[in-house]
Design a binder for this molecule. Structure first.
Ligand code: ATP
Ligand code: MG
Length: 296
């Protein structure tokens, strides 16, 4: 494609489209333990893109988002000529990124559980004693993080630290928005028998200086999805509907989490893809089909 590639993330390729728009292409790349694996999960990018579009639309009454166009057939003609971009691409407003991962948690899992065990608190928020892994929190909490200086791994920070980094006013707005969005999404998900244990949001400023929601939203890569039927209070965390089969396999073969990453077997790819589709279908209550790609 002739458009300038301005960023290649672990999963997405971001192209510049004119001076104030981006074309975000969600590829089928998969990362685990912060390293991109050599085997793609074919179709995964399409699921992620469509699921994000679903959620952006669902919470647009709470905050505007970066999506300008998600319908491939309304894209500029020269982009439509690249049929392989169908279903995995959105045109968005280029934003000035706010470098904080805004995380809302309704349940105690992942890095929050690790932190709780050490300090009985998460990001400076004191929690009751005696909580078990996977416990539902009394009310959802906001636990911001930043990318640590050494690169890949994120670092949980306190709300006070976030205020220093982005200013008190912006920090408060992002916190309120994050919790509101999480609550709205989690409510719908629960009706559809999915617990959103936690979710990560990214925000930016648009050209008018307004806060908008950017990046991806409510996908298995940015959220922990648990099936209600597999969740038992006090019995730890159920397997989440995401790349868990990949993580399990990599742990099983005792990969040292350094490059080069191992190739995945077809059955692992299949089970992982099924998880992504299953999350999509349950959350949106619609079937997922990969659209035919017409070449030119
Ligand atoms: N509207 C936007 N304006 C500016 N940057 C954006 C916008 N939407 C998303 N981005 C950025 O584009 C990139 C998307 O790529 P991707 O998610 O693959 O990379 P990553 O976040 O570096 O990796 P990972 O998600 O695996 O941690 C992110 O850096 C994200 O912050
Ligand atoms: Mg990302």
């Amino acid at each position: 494609m002739n458009l300038p590639l301005i960023y290649r993330g672990k999963v997405r390729d971001v192209y510049e489209l004119g001076s104030d728009q981006l074309l975000i292409v969600t590829t089928d790349r998969i990362s685990a333990f912060d390293i991109v694996l050599p085997t793609p999960i074919v179709g995964k990018g399409k699921v992620l893109n469509e699921l994000s579009l679903f959620w952006f639309d669902y919470v647009k009454d709470i905050v505007p988002n970066h999506v300008i166009e998600g319908n491939f057939f309304k894209f500029p003609q020269e982009i439509q000529e690249r049929g392989y971009l169908r279903q995995r691409t959105m045109i968005v407003k280029k934003a000035k990124k706010i470098d904080i991962e805004c995380i809302a948690r309704g349940y105690l899992a992942g890095s929050a559980w690790k932190q709780y065990q050490k300090t009985q608190s998460v990001c400076g928020i004191a929690l009751p004693e005696g909580l078990t892994e996977g416990a539902k929190l009394e009310s959802p909490i906001f636990t911001p993080s930043t990318k640590a200086n050494d690169g890949a791994h994120d670092e949980n920070i306190t709300f006070e630290k976030m205020q220093e980094l982005v200013g008190a006013d912006t920090a408060q707005k992002l916190k309120d928005l994050t919790l509101k969005i999480y609550e709205k999404m989690a409510k719908l998900a629960l009706e559809r028998k999915i617990i959103i244990a936690d979710t990560k949001l990214e925000f930016g400023f648009d050209n008018d200086g307004e806060i908008i929601l950017i990046d991806e939203l409510g996908t298995p890569d940015s959220s922990r999805f648990w099936e209600v039927k597999k969740y038992r209070p006090g019995a730890g965390v159920p397997k989440s509907l995401d790349k868990q089969p990949v993580r399990d396999y990599l742990e099983e073969i005792k990969w040292n989490k350094q490059e080069p990453a191992p190739v995945l077997f077809a059955n692992i790819v299949r089970r992982t893809y099924k998880n992504y589709v299953s999350a999509y279908e349950k959350l949106t209550n619609t079937k997922f089909t990969q659209k035919v790609v017409k070449s030119v």
